[in-house]
Design a protein around this ligand. Sequence first.
Ligand SMILES: [Zn+2]
Length: 117
Amino acid sequence: MCPVSSSRLLLAITIIASVVLGFLGVLYLLVAGLKQMYFWVGVILIGVALVLVTVVYKSLVKPPPITVYWSPSGEVKLEELKCPSCGAPLKIENPSISRVVCQYCGRAVEIVEEPKW
Ligand SMILES: [Zn+2]
């Protein structure tokens, strides 16, 4: 399974869920005058929807995964850095770090960079 398409699907589901939950939350708040309990149900639903929206926002802001190429010995041979667990390309935000967490499966991957000189 391609990890990008599955994360897109998850994103779409999250967006739909947040819209539905937010809508239900507003509905419950509207009928809160009838029963006190509905008020808290509405608050909880809207709260969950806000959390989902935050998750979606963060995943949208996150730049697309970049492919990192290593050329350890200066040869033309390029090696793509992939997650050993799910095969997704690993994104390295800070070149100085030696460990990166796969954004698809959450597995921490150690990066051993060979000297270029
Ligand atoms: Zn992975």
